[in-house]
Design a protein around this ligand. Sequence first.
Ligand SMILES: Cc1cn([C@H]2C[C@H](O)[C@@H](COP(=O)(O)OP(=O)(O)OP(=O)(O)O)O2)c(=O)[nH]c1=O
Length: 206
Amino acid sequence: MTTAQKLILASGSPRRVELLAQAGIEPARLMPMDLDETPKRSEHPRSLARRLSAEKAKAALAAIKGEAGWDGSYILAADTVVCVGRRILPKPELVSEASSALHLLSGRSHRVYTGVCLITPDKTLRQKVVDTKVRFKRLSGFDIESYLASGQWRGKAGAYGIQGIAGSFVVKLVGSYSNVVGLPLYETVGLLVGEGYDVHNRWLEG
Ligand SMILES: Cc1cn([C@H]2C[C@H](O)[C@@H](COP(=O)(O)OP(=O)(O)OP(=O)(O)O)O2)c(=O)[nH]c1=O
């Protein structure tokens, strides 16, 4: 029965919940996984996004082990990494870090990688990494100061959120917009449908 299918989103990101809702999907449970997200030495941003999304999904699987009613759930996790060349930008909590990231992004193209990991009810692990190329306008000192004052950079990869004020910094975007926000919808829905999760049934009214 498709109604028995349960989806756990191994995330504490409100953006990911909203993006799934946009695709008509409401997870049965949210499980934020607090992991060490430090890149390994010379780890490629694509590999980092892939590794961390899998670690989040596996951590959620380990956490539900033995819990009645949750075995056999689908588990979805994602990780978004912003980089300029091979330089991985932090998810800043400090104004100084955010300021450095914004100076680096100014007037340049960068890449956003999101790793998506799905663990199926039979514990098969499926992954995708999606990348999007984004070019920012040249940011003036006033742009940067004002954006820092907005606080919208806090806790976001690369110190910006494209879905907010920083959307007005974007000169060009090649690839998936939802990927930049934190969950590539086309690929995520494709993974879920491919593994038998009845996405379309969730679109029915009522
Ligand atoms: C580039 C960019 C990132 N982000 C956000 C998405 C993610 O929440 C965050 C990247 O950090 P992640 O480590 O991918 O996610 P998270 O720690 O916020 O949430 P969780 O691990 O619990 O799923 O940056 C935006 O909201 N907009 C953007 O334009």
